[in-house]
Design a protein around this ligand. Structure first.
Ligand SMILES: O=C(O)CCC(=O)C(=O)O
Length: 261
């Protein structure tokens, strides 16, 4: 089923819809001036015009298949085909985007008084092809947290029509909890057995449109077949009291983005 952008009237309505169905649109929030700044910065980072040591990089696979992705390589030289950039909270422009008054109001309403960042990520699907992202949940023991994160705020930096690999959701699936204790990608046999598959919705987005996404809602996105760049920026927010359970290396400290008032 396809459902075109349908802006909601208020933060309260969007938050209620996100709680009920696992995702909600806040409508087109950012204009082209704001988006151009972020798009240019994203390109500057991928093309090595900004010190790459600041950020985390993952390049897309040659085959445009998720199964063929390489891990742990980081920056491998200037390229418009990085599929993922992380640690963007270290960039002043992306941090200012995260700290916009609208995001603060949503974060305080959903997360609470003290809000930290788990990750601030660009998902890029290059114009000349990109990999898909399989059905997944953004939580579970793989995330190494002492509680389940619940809020991601996703911004379309480009037009995101269906053929560019728009977001797809299984409404209400967050209410079922974790599909596996590990979290992350949902195994194909678990997906195949789901009784909710007939309710999948595709959510094309306008450039500047913002979605609230529950970490537990099943979501995915397809390959980019639009011939145009498809970039989206998403921030995962945490209760500031969240602790990292990782033991192999020093536990992560999460950057506070909104302090208690
Ligand atoms: O933008 C996308 O294609 C995927 C976003 C996503 O899966 C996520 O934020 O977890």
């Amino acid at each position: 089923m396809t459902d075109s952008a349908s802006p909601v009237a208020s933060i309260e309505q969007a938050v209620a819809e996100y709680r009920r169905h696992g995702f909600a649109s806040l409508g087109r929030v950012f204009d082209d001036v704001a988006l151009d700044r972020l798009r240019t910065r994203a390109d500057d980072i991928m093309l090595g015009r900004v010190d790459p040591s600041t950020f985390f990089f993952q390049h897309d696979s040659e085959s445009n298949r998720y199964a063929d992705l390489s891990y742990g390589q980081g920056f491998i030289g200037p390229s418009p085909r990085y599929r993922k950039l992380e640690k963007l909270e270290r960039d002043p422009l992306f941090l200012a985007h995260i700290q916009s008054p609208l995001f603060e109001a949503v974060a305080r309403a959903v997360v609470g008084d003290h809000v930290a960042i788990y990750r601030a990520t660009l998902f890029n699907k290059a114009a000349d092809g990109s990999s898909e992202i399989p059905w997944h949940q953004d939580a579970g023991s793989y995330w190494g947290l002492d509680r389940t994160p619940e809020l991601q705020i996703w911004t379309a930096l480009d037009e995101v029509p269906e053929q560019s690999g728009c977001l797809e959701f299984i409404p209400d699936s967050h209410l079922d909890g974790l599909a596996t204790p590990l979290g992350g990608a949902i195994p194909a046999d678990v997906v195949a057995k789901s009784s909710r598959l007939e309710t999948i919705v595709q959510k094309p987005a306008q450039a500047g449109e913002v979605f609230l996404i529950h970490n537990l809602v099943w979501h995915r996105s397809g390959n980019n077949r639009s011939g145009r760049s498809r970039r989206a920026f998403t921030v995962c927010l945490l209760d500031g009291a969240t602790r990292c359970l990782r033991r192999k290396r020093a536990p992560r400290q999460f950057f506070t983005v909104f302090s208690p008032k």
